[in-house]
Design a binder for this molecule. Structure first.
Ligand code: UDP
Length: 469
């Protein structure tokens, strides 16, 4: 344990997929290791969910976590540009205020922890203040390896051929992200820079744990290749997932869940940014109805041909009740007793932790995947964007905790019969029993890794020790 006065800074990129795990990391570093933390949040504007998260961070360890909001400038390029260059431009726009905020502190933070998209701050800010630099990868070791290896890929990867990454199964088909095939794309160039930046840090924290991805984590130590290009140690410190706050009055959704049988409800949600088309919304509604299973569905207005439409766009709430107009005629009436439709946003972690939940129909964002695993909830995989196809492959093929449709739902329509069948495979069929057993096994292993003396607990202690040395 190091002196409690040790002060470090964390920088969270826009978007809940980063913000939520970075907040959890701050809580863990303050709570378990007594560090004093300044948490910089790069945000578009005040957002109720984000506000609540920031409040919960500061109140969880009073006096230890201080939050600073850094509003970004909206990039000038069109909003249909790929999310990664847009996100990086937003982050870059806060560097002057980040610098002046750190300059004005009487006791300066001795280390900066950034997430996957904040790595430019290593060059632009941390070096200037002579800080230790850490990167927290909010996704898995598999994608970390992908990113670290990308700058060293000498030949253009061709569609239809496997992509070999150290310590990972060869990637094929849609598991290879589109930009990989095009070195001239800005997103490709951005990921190459990010790869170099990560490798220039003092340590890499990753939201996974030792026995979830043993081969990949081992590859980072291989002195024949990876260790030569990536000097900093890799610390598997996960799974860090949002820990629900006990709320006062019980919202209606939980009163409804309390009345359902154990493991009888499918929770349907596509993360903070996922959207599906109008036609897919109708098929999904029918699929759920035909499965004859209970459900909670977080519904967003459909958007055509952009499965990440809300990723960087603050969400409006559905004050006018417009969402129901996208659902099939009579759907809400017919499913009144079996389903619960939530517009836009739901308290996901608390829902997944409820004993009545039996499956998670998920876009396989890494936070969602971990939240499902730590609650022992089987997954119906519906990957939409980013590295979610790869995550789905891991969940289905390697971990055996998920089923997925025949086609890629971000490209093709998945019909109602197949949706109903997938739900029943997990909820009703024999296959679901094995899946449930495996996910519960992972749940226990995750718990062990995080508890005192566990691999993730020890890995984070090592990070803290390095900061204190
Ligand atoms: N989330 C939530 N309510 C919602 C949608 C998302 O609380 O209605 C949370 C979810 O619990 C997770 C995060 O937002 O912690 C989404 O992160 P993930 O990596 O799953 O996906 P992304 O949104 O980054 O694609």
């Amino acid at each position: 344990v190091i002196p409690s006065k040790t002060h470090i800074a964390l920088l969270a990129s826009p978007g809940f997929g980063h913000f939520i795990p970075v907040v959890e990391l701050a809580k863990r570093l303050a709570g378990l290791h007594g560090l004093t933390i300044t948490l910089f949040a790069i945000t578009p504007e005040v957002h109720p969910v984000q506000d609540e998260l920031l409040r919960s961070a500061t109140s969880s360890w009073p006096g230890l976590i201080n939050t600073v909001i850094l509003p970004y400038e909206e990039p000038t390029f069109p909003s249909n540009v790929d999310p990664v260059p847009r996100m990086l431009a937003m982050i870059r726009s806060v560097f002057p205020s980040l610098r002046s905020s750190i300059s004005s502190m009487t006791e300066k933070p001795i280390a900066l922890i950034v997430d996957h998209f904040g790595t430019e701050a290593i060059r632009a800010v941390a070096n200037e203040f002579n800080m230790l630099k850490f990167v927290f990868i909010c996704t898995n070791a598999w994608f970390l390896s992908y990113n670290l290896y990308l700058p060293y890929v000498k030949e253009v990867i061709k569609r239809g051929e496997p992509f070999y990454i150290p310590g990972c199964e060869p990637l094929v088909g849609d598991d290879i992200r589109e930009f990989t095939f095009f070195p001239e794309y800005q997103t490709h160039k951005d990921f190459v820079h990010i790869g170099y930046d990560i490798a220039s840090s003092d340590g890499i924290l990753v939201n996974t744990w030792d026995d979830l991805e043993p081969e990949t984590l081992l590859a980072f130590k291989d002195t024949r290749f990876m260790k030569r290009i990536v000097k900093p140690p890799v610390y598997p410190i996960g799974p860090l997932v949002r820990t629900g706050e006990p709320t006062g009055a019980k919202p209606e959704i939980f009163r409804w869940l309390d009345c359902q049988a154990s493991g009888s409800v499918v929770y349907v949600s596509f993360g903070s940014g996922g959207t599906i088309s109008t036609q897919q919304t109708i098929e999904l509604a029918w699929g759920l109805e035909l499965s004859i299973q209970r459900f909670i569905w977080v519904v967003r207005p459909p958007i055509e041909n952009d499965s990440a439409a809300f990723l960087l766009t603050p969400m409006e709430n559905d004050a006018d009740g417009l969402i129901s107009k996208y659902l099939p005629d009579g759907f809400l009436g017919r499913t009144r007793d079996m389903g619960f439709v939530v517009p836009m946003w739901a308290p996901q972690e608390e829902i997944l932790a409820h004993g009545s939940i039996g499956a998670f129909f998920s876009h396989c964002g890494w936070n969602s995947s971990l939240e499902s695993i730590v609650n022992g909830v089987p997954i119906i995989a519906w990957p939409l964007y980013a590295e979610q196809n790869m995550n789905a492959t891991m969940l289905v093929k390697h971990l055996g905790v998920a089923v997925r449709p025949e086609v890629n739902p971000s490209k093709e329509l998945v019909r109602r019969d197949e949706i109903a069948k997938m739900v029943r495979r997990v909820m009703v069929d024999e296959e679901g029993i094995g899946i449930r057993k495996r996910v519960n096994d992972l749940k226990e292993r995750a718990k062990k890794a995080l508890s005192e003396g566990g691999t993730s607990y020890n890995a984070l202690s090592e990070v803290v020790k390095k900061i204190g040395d």
